[in-house]
Design a protein around this ligand. Sequence first.
Ligand code: NAG
Ligand code: CA
Ligand code: CA
Ligand code: CA
Ligand code: CA
Length: 638
Amino acid sequence: MVSRLGGLPEAPLPPRPPAMRPSQTELWLGLALTLALLAVRWASAQAPIYVSSWAVRVTKGYQEAERLARKFGFVNLGQIFPDDQYFHLRHRGVAQQSLTPHWGHRLRLKKDPKVRWFEQQTLRRRVKRSLVVPSDPWFSKQWYMNKEIQQDLNILKAWNQGLTGRGVVISILDDGIEKDHPDLWANYDPLASYDFNDYDPDPQPRYTPNDENRHGTRCAGEVSATANNGFCGAGVAFNARIGGVRMLDGAITDIVEAQSLSLQPQHIHIYSASWGPEDDGRTVDGPGLLTQEAFRRGVTKGRQGLGTLFIWASGNGGLHYDNCNCDGYTNSIHTLSVGSTTRQGRVPWYSEACASTFTTTFSSGVVTDPQIVTTDLHHQCTDKHTGTSASAPLAAGMIALALEANPLLTWRDLQHLVVRASRPAQLQAEDWRINGVGRQVSHHYGYGLLDAGLLVDLARVWLPTKPQKKCAIRVVHTPTPILPRMLVRKNVTACSDGSRRRLIRSLEHVQVQLSLSYSRRGDLEIFLTSPMGTRSTLVAIRPLDISGQGYNNWIFMSTHYWDEDPQGLWTLGLENKGYYFNTGTLYYYTLLLYGTAEDMTARPQAPQKVTVPSPSWQDSALSPASSGGGSTATHSSQ
Ligand SMILES: *[C@@H]1O[C@H](CO)[C@@H](O)[C@H](O)[C@H]1NC(C)=O
Ligand SMILES: [Ca+2]
Ligand SMILES: [Ca+2]
Ligand SMILES: [Ca+2]
Ligand SMILES: [Ca+2]
């Protein structure tokens, strides 16, 4: 083993410690020292163990090294670097391992005028970067992160780099949090907590016979259950601080939502929410004015201007053919919406497909599929956490790991990173498509399964995204009858700021804002095709939505055009997929493009289809965060 190169001095150095004259006294001393060292070794295992190798620096290179070797009985094992200065000498007559240096050789080498520096080698305590697996008894049940399956959330890879969410604060907006739970109390953060149902600082859940207020406690444990405490499992970001906002166990108003989403925005980095309008397949509803304002303030002012991260569950309305683009919370550009997949990589029965989903993590499936392990009410542990609301906290924990790797990431940086760190992996869907920049994307999964190892690697070296630009293009503004199948085309050329410079070269979110009436809303499918040929469904048919209300100033969102060039022909499609005699009127339609002036495709691409990392866990040495100026990016808002 070569010694630490960084420590090699340039100038000749006296050997350390100063050479001793091996007198009788000193031999006794040496023996005493040996015994003492043995004792120390027993005590601490920290004492150096000397081996029979020397590194020697000589002035005249190979010849000198040969001469020394012959003179003192070493074997010259040759140069250490190819520059003929440092040589590796080994002595056969010296014990393979010893607790003391060889005083005789030390003295002789020190006296030789041609030797500029030398050091008898010691064994270095080096631990292979092998998997440090939490010792928690239920970690073996955490199949989505313990490498039981080949392509899991790849969280061990991030942990292995020492990333555990330290310094990151997450709050779960839900029905409370059991703050004295044995797996939560150590990470519990009262500053990230509040009770907006009873207006007090204590978010302890209200206990009922059916334990219906267990949801927040379960979500909290996924993010930040304590590791290595002999209890339950481990959270994804098990050193992150975790708080809970009790807000779902009472009358929910725009005020309650807005206050919850803007609790301590300079203290809380990530809010995880797994709620929204009814998933009944016939509701079209979104945040009220105050809650929209809370989102806007969060992303512009929260986290010292870097932007609060709102992680959102995409919805559980699969059974009712619900569509998460009819939910204005997941649908918002300010929330990072997370879908679910089963252990087998299937679309779960409760899953809602829509174009605004970014990414996917694991959750439950049919009864025989394993579920999510986490903390439960009454100081318990459960392996029965389910649904899309189990997926969002896993993503929130992974994003905490990314924030620890690079705390300067803005809310938009994180969305860019999540797009790049999601992989189709083994996820099965009928609608995987390759978009205009070569990424696979699906309405069930967004860009695929989120990979924590990839996410933190990309986060470290991410260059800040340029400011967000917005371009609003009024396409239809006079009432137009909706035909059974209608295409509305718009050639987008003038997305510039008046000068010649183009405002948006690379897209982020794309929205379609429209008002229309329709005899049966759920029968109308709406889709949008980009100039690069990417088609995403803005809303699929919802058989249970028999409303005659149409869409009133509704905003649909798609993430599928991420990084595409917006210039060219955009096509909005409206198609009657139900009752033959449906009729309606399109009152207006505005295309809203968001993005940046930078050509994001010119950045070095992270391969989306990364192969599974080798089991050696020997991580490549990525340089530490190179981005220094991420905090100055400005954002325009929705
Ligand atoms: C869009 O407009 C530009 C500039 O007027 C033109 O060059 C281009 O051919 C048009 N594209 C389509 C698809 O009509
Ligand atoms: Ca309370
Ligand atoms: Ca634990
Ligand atoms: Ca829904
Ligand atoms: Ca969203």
